[in-house]
Design a protein around this ligand. Structure first.
Ligand SMILES: NC(=O)c1ccc[n+]([C@@H]2O[C@H](COP(=O)([O-])OP(=O)(O)OC[C@H]3O[C@@H](n4cnc5c(N)ncnc54)[C@H](O)[C@@H]3O)[C@@H](O)[C@H]2O)c1
Length: 343
């Protein structure tokens, strides 16, 4: 039985509180937040949980083994650092930290103190995303030509970080998990529609070493919530719609084959339209899966699937995305030694 605590009990933190509270493998000992109203609300729902406004109280308690951090981004690094120094296993919500340097320091601290460090890349625990990974690994889709992802809704405009940090962190973690490679270039355009200095719409284009083109559209300014990813391969195509309750993943047996050249050097193309299949997926809740996995890592002192290094990888491309966005869409090339060079 792992003794846990959470720091940051806002919109998302409350989901973690509920999941920890209901989990038979752990005890939720503390809920910490600087906002007393949030704490009073927690106490009314979970009277046996201790509430506090002070993170030190959580970190000084020798009985606490694992701490979840679900505060705004700027607090992730200082709180995670404090927790790792106190030898607590730490779970940090996405986006991990504000820059790669902070991420490296946290990874080092987790290694030195021999405690697990996880980052909340929740989609890597989602059954549709895991199913797509299986399909890609079994070469069911063939060579991937491109991936196009749309993650848009109305709000919430976050105080720290742009829409890229908030929403594209999900797509980047998912795509890196699927492709197991890092981009060779990134180019981002966006717009500050509502608040000056805070981009709320962005279009990211990434190119990968295996000639895969990826486009990610993120927005806090859209009429409805869309969570749509299209993967087009040489054998089949996939549409992953995370808002569809029944058919999240559809596999289309569609494609185009190039036939022999005609005498005038023209291509002959054959368009193929076959069955559409909908794989049966587990209806396990991703957050529950993610937390169970982390608790197991704490129990057996193992490295989480989405560890600090996977957090650093996403933050690295968020930083580059921000750089491109600020320079009006300049393409940033990443060389083989992972140094970033302007194109
Ligand atoms: N995994 C996901 O799908 C997902 C979804 C939403 C949000 N998030 C992430 O969760 C984090 C929180 O997002 P949110 O939407 O819940 O934000 P929020 O603003 O609703 O909640 C943040 C909470 O942290 C508290 N807080 C701020 N500074 C603190 C400090 N120093 N110590 C203790 N408490 C502090 C605030 O009072 C607030 O209650 C962010 O990193 C966000 O990106 C993840």
């Amino acid at each position: 039985m792992i003794t846990t605590a959470i720091i940051g009990c806002g919109y998302w933190g409350l989901n973690i509180v509920r999941t920890l509270y209901e989990n038979p493998n752990c005890i939720l000992k503390y809920c910490c937040d600087i906002d007393e109203k949030k704490l009073a609300n927690i106490l009314s729902q979970y009277p046996e949980v201790r509430i506090t406004r002070y993170s030190e109280e959580v970190f000084n308690d020798k009985g606490v083994q694992a701490v979840f951090i679900a505060t705004p981004l700027s607090w992730h690094y200082p709180l995670a650092k404090e927790g790792l120094l106190a030898k607590k296993a730490i779970f940090v919500e996405k986006p991990f930290v504000m820059n790669v340097e902070q991420g490296k320091k946290l990874v080092k601290l987790s290694e030195q103190n021999k405690v697990p460090l996880a980052v909340g890349h929740i989609f890597e625990y989602a059954p549709p995303v895991i199913k797509i990974k299986e399909l890609l690994d079994k070469d069911e889709i063939g060579d991937i030509y491109y991936i196009s992802s749309t993650r848009v809704n109305l709000g919430i405009h976050r105080k720290d970080g742009s829409v890229v940090w908030d929403l594209a962190s999900h797509d980047l973690s998912m795509i890196f998990y699927w492709l197991e490679e890092e981009p060779i270039s990134i180019q981002v355009t966006g717009k500050e529609s509502i608040i000056k200095g805070k981009p709320d719409i962005a279009f990211l284009t990434l190119r990968f070493p295996s000639d895969i083109l990826v486009n990610i559209q993120v927005s806090w300014l859209a009429p409805s919530k869309l969570r749509n990813t299209v993967i087009v391969g040489s054998k089949k195509m996939i549409i992953y719609d995370d808002t569809n309750q029944l058919e999240k993943v559809k596999i289309f047996d569609k494609g185009i084959s190039k036939l022999e050249h005609s005498s005038f050097g023209e291509f002959q193309l054959s368009y193929r339209t076959g069955d559409i299949t909908v794989p049966v997926l587990s209806n396990a809740e991703p957050l529950r899966q993610e937390i169970n996995h982390f608790l197991k890592c704490v129990e057996f002192n193992q490295t989480p699937k989405t560890d600090g290094n996977s957090g650093i990888r996403v933050v690295k491309y968020l930083e580059l995305a921000e750089q491109s966005l600020k320079s009006n869409g300049k393409t940033i090339t990443v060389n083989s030694k992972n140094k970033c060079l302007p194109a």
